[in-house]
Write a protein that binds this ligand. Structure first.
Ligand code: FAD
Length: 171
């Protein structure tokens, strides 16, 4: 495993407009993405908006069964669980009100822990106001690594159980 620290903010413009109007391109994106229909978010009892700690899971999770491992970490950390868009929209592993990004929820937790998320701009727009971003990813070249404050290069299936052990011990 490799652990790294870096300052973030390379690609995420903190001054970009938070709520795009229907006719405006979304700032911070190089692509001409336009918000055509702002939607009210219907939540299912998960208060992502006020959560101090949020764990985001991406396609790096590989199997829905591994969500149990993420839930264990969330319990120990006192965190809410969110995800990237494909995890909700394509795979259906989590409800659609839990994906983060330009077309999903935008949050500002003190800690955002990204598990197996590549960190495409469309996702990062949703988490750019997090106090600290920690990434766990097997790919040292993933954009998420560059945009995080701390990163662990490794397989989340090895790193997450180790984190749970250490956090439990530290309680
Ligand atoms: C118009 C438009 C709007 C969009 N809006 C959103 C949005 O609001 N929110 C959003 O999230 N996406 C959005 N997307 C999609 C976005 O572009 C990305 O495709 C998506 O965010 C990628 O999801 P991901 O990071 O989960 O998956 P991937 O890009 O497939 O990344 C998976 C990551 O997991 C890592 N990984 C693999 N195995 C492991 C392992 N065992 N342990 C640790 N790491 C591992 C890989 O290295 C990789 O970095 C939008 C796209 C478009 C075109």
């Amino acid at each position: 495993l490799t652990m790294a620290w870096r300052s973030r903010g390379r690609r995420i413009d903190p001054d970009a407009q938070r709520t795009p109007t229907p006719t405006q391109a979304v700032e911070g994106l190089p692509l001409p993405v336009t918000c055509v229909e702002p939607k009210d978010v219907v939540t299912e009892g998960h208060d992502l908006a006020s959560a101090a700690r949020v764990i985001g899971v991406g396609r790096g999770l590989r199997s829905e069964e591994d969500l149990a491992l993420v839930d264990d970490l969330a319990r120990v950390l006192g965190a809410e669980v969110a995800c990237s868009r494909p995890v909700a929209e394509d795979l259906g592993w989590l409800p659609k009100d839990r994906y983060l990004g330009v077309s999903g929820r935008r949050i500002a937790p003190r800690l955002y822990l990204a598990l197996g998320i590549s960190g495409q701009l469309q996702h990062m727009i949703g988490v750019r106001e997090a106090g600290t971003i920690v990434a766990i990813n097997t790919d040292p070249m993933a954009p998420m690594i560059e945009d995080s404050d701390f990163s662990i290069i490794g397989d989340l299936k090895a790193v997450v159980p180790a984190l749970i052990r250490e956090l439990t011990r530290a309680r």
